[in-house]
Write a protein that binds this ligand. Structure first.
Ligand code: ATP
Ligand code: ATP
Ligand code: MG
Ligand code: MG
Ligand code: MG
Ligand code: MG
Length: 237
């Protein structure tokens, strides 16, 4: 095709190449899911349908990019996709990778919604959308610590949310009272409050809630102790 005199505007596009030889994380996160989850009346703190929907979307992204993928890990409204350090996907263009992953994830979320929420139609004014970013990690240590960081975050958030919502839903606390009760407590104290006030042993909570979801390159979904498994998960990379 002949070049037009307008062609020069292309020069304004910036090249956004991720550093060579680095592991790439693509993390997507639901936009304003606090409101989204309340509009669609998600069970609090963990709606199983919504978590399974996230996992199904993540699995399809993993399988689509299987040869570049090491694993994916998700909790709540977020998922992290970890790519090999030698990937040449889209010539390592950060904008291509971030936008294609998030749009594939979002279109899956809409397409699969009805499978997980059969009696809840999506409302045009409350459609799901996600943000996305790419992060480069230079060493195996860093990438293992990244996945461990998200895993620990799942644990901290889930323990807090579990006790908080039990106090509110089962023990008649107001949200403010529950917040005050938990303020400044460490993990063991939260587990003790859950046990003594609500009669619940945190250990017996669902593995998916406590541990998040790990998607392997073959598309298997596990709810495992990432910290214990971290060396195995990255063996060979
Ligand atoms: P932002 O746009 O900045 O990400 P956000 O409202 O999405 O804002 P997050 O920190 O991402 O904030 O938190 C996501 C929120 O979505 C959680 O706090 C929780 O209220 C809700 N949520 C996500 N997944 C579920 C689920 N499976 N069950 C119940 N609530 C959920
Ligand atoms: P890339 O992933 O690199 O963008 P691509 O196949 O999408 O690859 P484009 O240069 O974006 O390549 O071209 C989009 C192509 O999609 C067009 O060449 C055309 O074949 C097809 N296409 C897009 N919109 C229409 C349409 N409305 N009707 C028919 N064909 C269309
Ligand atoms: Mg956020
Ligand atoms: Mg969010
Ligand atoms: Mg989030
Ligand atoms: Mg195109």
């Amino acid at each position: 095709m002949a070049k037009s005199r307008f062609e020069y505007v292309r020069e304004f596009e910036k090249r956004d190449l991720l550093l060579p030889q680095t592991y790439i994380v693509v993390r997507i996160d639901g936009k304003n899911f606090h409101e989204f989850s309340s509009f669609y009346q998600f069970a609090k703190p963990n709606d199983i349908r919504a978590l399974k929907l996230m996992n199904a979307c993540a699995k399809n992204v993993v399988l689509k990019y299987r040869s570049d993928m090491i694993l994916a890990y998700g909790e709540s409204d977020e998922y992290s996709f970890v790519l090999r350090n030698d990937t040449t996907l889209y010539n390592r263009r950060g904008d291509k990778i971030a936008t294609l992953f998030v749009s594939l994830f979002s279109s899956n979320y809409v397409a699969l919604w009805g499978k997980f929420f059969p009696d809840v139609p999506l409302d045009m004014k409350h459609l799901p959308f996600f943000d996305s970013r790419c992060i480069s990690y230079p060493t195996l240590r860093c990438i293992k610590d990244y996945v461990s960081w998200r895993f620990v975050d799942t644990h901290i958030n889930n323990l807090y949310n579990t006790v908080f919502w039990q106090l509110v839903q089962k023990c008649g606390f107001t949200t403010r009272e529950a917040e005050q009760k938990l303020c400044g407590t460490v993990s063991s104290e939260k587990q003790e409050i859950l046990f003594s006030e609500c009669g619940i042993n945190y250990n017996n909570e669902s593995e998916m809630f406590k541990k998040g979801s790990l998607v392997t390159r073959s598309g298997e979904i596990l709810h495992a102790d990432v910290i214990k498994l971290i060396d195995d998960l990255f063996e060979g990379y």
